[in-house]
Design a protein around this ligand. Structure first.
Ligand SMILES: NC(=O)c1ccc[n+]([C@@H]2O[C@H](COP(=O)([O-])OP(=O)(O)OC[C@H]3O[C@@H](n4cnc5c(N)ncnc54)[C@H](OP(=O)(O)O)[C@@H]3O)[C@@H](O)[C@H]2O)c1
Length: 296
């Protein structure tokens, strides 16, 4: 049984992940912002479900953009159940519109949720994980953050997630802490309806005639189309949590749509990364971190 903190549990994958982990006996802290405000109904729904299903799930307030909110949530868990064993950085916002049409303030706000939000949570749990020499951080990225098909603010933020998560992986692995980057393809969740819209309409209009892969997509209308089930993502998280420590993969792709070739890409990337690491170990490639005067 692990103590698991999941962010963004008011809907979509987050809610399913919390329910799935709790159903399998893990102590699930289903966090969300606005527990007594915007998400009061979602919080009530999950709390009532947990009570009727007799599963160890609690809803906790956590806004990933607030240092105070993150700290208070982690302190609450520590004082109730001890240290957090597993974090699932799931909370994020998607975006709609060409990159140029977002203000810098909008870009900063989206990056604050999608990228720094996860880092806020990680920084709150890492000291205890390092002290114990154990822990698991699962970061929900996207195959769109690996392969920038049409580009955009959201895919760019997920590319940044990949960078932060992988950097963390290399740096915390020596402490016995694992990082897993979960890369879902496309699933029907509320994410698109909640997307941040680019605020400059004139620039958005200027891009309207530019063809994008998604704009030309036509789903079959004869009833043959079966949308992928978001539960697949929750099941993948459960599987990762239950893999014995030290054996978890760095990346895990999940889903039938928009995932083609991504596992092979990840494998090729990993081979290249290992090659680069070999090269950097050669004496003639040594990187010197001392003051500039030492390097002359
Ligand atoms: N659906 C897909 O096809 C897909 C594919 C690949 C990856 N993903 C990723 O999967 C994750 C979950 O998305 P989803 O598809 O399940 O969409 P979703 O239902 O919209 O879930 C996003 C969650 O993030 C929360 N959130 C946003 N800002 C927050 C903040 N400041 N603090 C705390 N929570 C915040 C939302 O809460 P509020 O209700 O309060 O806004 C919501 O619960 C995201 O990381 C997304 O990028 C989704």
């Amino acid at each position: 049984m692990s103590v698991v903190l999941i962010t963004g549990c008011s809907s979509g994958f987050g809610e399913l992940i919390a329910r799935t982990l709790a159903t399998h006996g893990h102590r699930a802290y289903a966090s969300m912002r606005g527990v007594s405000g915007r998400n009061a109904e979602a919080a009530r729904r999950l709390t009532e479900w947990a009570a009727s299903a007799h599963v160890p799930l609690s809803v906790v307030e956590l806004d990933v953009t607030s240092d105070t909110s993150v700290r208070e949530a982690v302190e609450h868990i520590q004082s109730t159940d001890g240290d957090v064993d597993v974090v699932v950085n799931n909370a994020a916002s998607s975006s709609r519109g060409p990159l140029e049409a977002f203000s810098i303030a909008q870009m900063a706000a989206l990056l604050d949720v999608n990228v720094l939000g996860g880092m806020r949570v990680n920084k709150a749990v890492l000291p205890a994980m390092r002290a114990r020499g154990a822990g698991l951080i699962i970061w929900v990225s996207s195959t769109l953050g690996r392969v920038l098909v049409g580009g955009g603010l959201y895919p760019a933020s997920k590319w940044a997630v990949e960078g932060f998560a992988e950097s963390l992986h290399h740096q915390v692995a020596p402490f016995g802490i694992e990082v897993v980057i979960l890369e879902p393809g496309s699933f029907p969740t509320p994410s698109t309806s909640n997307a941040m819209r680019a605020e400059d309409q004139a620039i958005t209009d200027a891009y309207a005639a530019v063809p994008t892969p998604a704009r030309n997509r036509q789903l079959p209308t004869d009833g043959s189309y079966q949308p992928p089930d978001p539960q697949e993502v929750a099941d993948a998280v459960l599987e990762i949590v239950q893999i014995p420590a030290g054996q978890r993969p760095l990346r895990r792709v999940v889903g039938p749509q928009h995932t083609d070739g991504v596992p092979a890409y990840n494998q090729a990337y990993e081979q290249l990364r290992q090659h680069m690491a070999e090269v950097l170990r050669r004496p003639d490639q040594a990187v010197t971190w001392g003051p500039a005067s030492d390097r002359r």
